[in-house]
Design a protein. Structure first.
Length: 277
């Protein structure tokens, strides 16, 4: 099988779909050699790179619900809508002090450095810090500080970092997963109209940045989730998004296998069993 990199884009709760994609890849024994993630793609991709199975990630996704959805009180009196300490505790429990150098799959997370306005690629140091920097969506999570630098969501500059994967693995197959797609399918209605405007403006910017850049992936899987709100982290929403990812990956699995030079139709586990007989 050819080497391949998996690129996981941002999209808040729509990013649970990445878990579904990973489930299908696991079923067929397709393990990436590199994962590059932005925002929710960094959260899912980072934990998977540490050795978490797709099923374990689904279990963890059910815990994200406890972080809570939008809070009016937080919006009025704090610098974010969700409690950053809760997500940080969850990550600390799941990945602890693990570093980028220790991951089982090479992993890179993309963030935006506010001090300079530059795109930053985390590939060394404490994994938790790099993920937290990448997922710090403006207004939703507070800016994340590392040393003297402030970071926020990588999706501001590069929500689908196919170019980063291509630079790191120029001769390999690149498969990317875009959980946002076209802006027209992502317009959301929220009770908090100020946040509705901010979220939709941010989504418009993010999707247009992706469309304006050349496609560096050999295959880009676009998952349409118009009925799923980016800020809805309830368990039932996570399950729906995961199933969207499963369906999208199943629809593309034949092409993925062709790109990777995998000719047989059975999954990896069955291959191992048959080789022993």
């Amino acid at each position: 099988m050819k080497k391949f990199a998996l690129v996981l884009g941002g999209g808040a709760s729509k990013g649970f779909a990445h878990i579904g994609v990973l489930k299908v890849l696991e079923k067929y024994g397709l393990k990436p050699d590199l994962i590059v993630g932005t925002s929710m793609g960094a959260l899912v991709g980072g934990m998977y790179a540490c050795g978490k199975s797709a099923q374990e990630l689904e279990t963890i996704a059910m815990k994200v619900n406890k972080i809570g959805n939008f809070s009016l009180i937080n919006t009025l009196f704090k610098d974010s809508m969700l409690n950053i300490n809760k997500i940080k505790r969850l990550l600390n429990k799941e990945i602890g002090e693990e570093s980028y150098e220790e991951t089982k799959i090479k992993f890179v997370s993309v963030a935006t450095e506010l001090n300079t306005g530059k795109e930053v690629h985390f590939s060394s140091g404490k994994l938790l810090d790099g993920i937290m920097a990448s997922i710090s969506i403006p207004c939703v999570f507070p800016r994340f500080k590392i040393g003297n630098n402030l970071y926020c969501d990588g999706g501001i500059l590069n929500n689908l970092p196919e170019d980063v994967a291509r630079e790191l693995m120029p001769e390999s197959v690149i498969v990317s997963v875009d959980v946002l797609g076209d802006y027209a399918k992502q317009v959301e209605k929220l009770k908090m109209k100020t946040m509705e405007s901010a979220l939709n403006a941010s989504t418009l910017m993010t999707t247009n940045v992706v469309k304006s850049k050349p496609q560096h992936a050999d295959l880009r899987i676009v998952i349409s989730q118009p009925s799923i709100s980016q800020m809805d982290f309830r368990n039932k929403t996570a399950i729906r998004s995961i199933n969207k990812g499963i369906n999208a990956a199943n629809s593309n699995i034949k092409q993925i296998k062709e790109l990777l030079g995998v000719r047989n139709e059975t999954n990896g586990k069955n291959n191992k069993k048959s080789s022993k007989n």
